[in-house]
Ligand binder design. Structure first.
Ligand code: ZN
Length: 395
């Protein structure tokens, strides 16, 4: 088998596998064949959990003496949606106007195709890398992410694997290749406030207890004063209310309870625990003030629950990793990438517990859209960036 040095044919082969989460769709099989041609040892662990779909994952390693670099990503893709909205079919990898169309083109089979091509060129030139290179590829990033990266990291670590640095191939560039490396992510915390009152007739308010006036100062207390003003590396922490709800369609009924949900994207001023404590304190103080409920001496009766899985903030401070990648991007594209901590969460939040991690991939503009596509020229450029990085990081 010839070496997979061409990112365009690598990507076409991957896009033609309809690997919508949690289906493997043949994508990991295609990747396994490419990596075995490079001399990698490839494992395909399947993870299971009650109530969740079984998910196939892939861990491949080309072993050498020296530092150990991980490339991480996912071959699963979001569904194509209404296929008639696509000008080229979502799993055909057709090229038109210098762009390849297909689900996963940028998020993120494209970056995997480029990393494999870079690795193939590196192996072709060097015989073998001056260290170890691993690919940690999950089939469960776009889904619940339960049988994916978290378990794959634990699985690999239990087998004695450890890493010196990692690159995640998520699409980090907004407009052009070379815009942005992500060097950290804000944390995320979600919660729900419920204020308890007593239901009744609007004409007899003294017999009821309206929870809505009690909820308002609690909401205000979370917005003012601002949680912080931002830090050197991160924007200001932002709290968004995502719902306010009493579930009451009648105009002559005072509702019995009022709820509001919120999500906070927070910077390195906070940990999950300190932020939870701050939110609790603000609500307790506002509940005791009771200024919108005249005639009622007792504090607003409320409950606060935390929703879903919170994720901590992180910031990578590995100079060799960040500077080598920045310099590779600048050498190939002539552009100096911004080091950013913006955007949503990614699997980097799990990898950071094992080694320093940054994210750099393609231009994300069309991800999750109909007609997801990548400029064919970008595939060659990203391959050269990754190759340059491999040469310099192992040098
Ligand atoms: Zn992705």
């Amino acid at each position: 088998m010839s070496l997979p040095v061409d990112p365009v044919s690598n990507l076409a082969a991957l896009i033609r596998c309809p690997s919508v989460t949690p289906a493997e769709g043949g994508a990991l099989g295609v990747l396994e064949a490419m990596l075995k041609a490079l001399g990698a040892r490839v494992d395909r662990p399947v993870f299971t959990e009650d109530g969740e779909a079984d998910v196939e994952n892939l861990y491949a390693r080309i072993a050498g003496n020296g530092p150990h670099l991980m490339f991480a990503g996912h071959t699963d893709v979001v569904p194509p949606g209404d296929e008639s909205a696509w000008t080229h079919p979502p799993f055909a990898a057709e090229i038109a106007g210098g762009e390849m169309f297909g689900r996963g083109a940028v998020d993120m089979k494209g970056a995997i195709a480029c990393f494999v091509a870079a690795l193939a060129r590196h192996v072709e030139m060097r015989g073998a890398p001056k260290g170890s290179i691993s690919l940690l590829i999950t089939g469960d990033e776009e889904g619940p992410a339960i049988n994916g990266t978290v378990k794959l990291l634990e699985w690999a670590a239990a087998r004695g694997e450890s890493w010196d640095a990692a690159i995640v191939g998520e699409p980090t560039n907004a407009e052009a290749l070379g815009d942005m490396i992500k060097v950290g992510r804000r944390g995320s915390l979600s919660g729900r406030i419920t204020v308890f009152g007593r239901q009744g007739h609007v004409a007899y308010p003294h017999l009821a207890d309206n929870p809505i006036p009690g909820l308002l100062p609690l909401l205000e207390a979370l917005l003012q004063p601002p949680l912080d003003a931002g830090t050197a590396e991160f924007p200001a922490t932002n709290l968004e209310f995502t719902s306010v709800d009493v579930g009451n369609p009648a105009v002559n009924v005072i509702p019995g309870r009022a709820t509001s949900a919120f999500n906070v994207r927070f910077n390195d001023t906070w940990s999950v625990e300190t932020l939870q404590a701050e939110i609790h304190n603000r609500l307790d103080r506002a509940a005791a003030e009771n200024r919108l409920r005249p005639g009622r001496a007792e504090p607003v009766s409320f409950e606060l629950e935390w929703l879903g899985r919170s994720s901590p903030v992180f910031l990578t401070r590995d100079e060799k990793l960040i500077e080598t990648l920045s310099a590779s991007i600048e050498a190939v594209t002539g552009r100096k990438p911004a080091l950013s901590t913006t955007g949503g969460t990614s699997d980097a939040r799990f990898i950071k517990d094992y080694c320093p991690v940054v994210e750099f991939g393609l231009v994300g503009r069309t991800m999750h859209m109909a007609d997801e596509r990548v400029a064919v020229a970008d595939l060659e450029t990203l391959t050269r960036i990754y190759l340059r990085f491999l040469e310099d990081w192992f040098a």
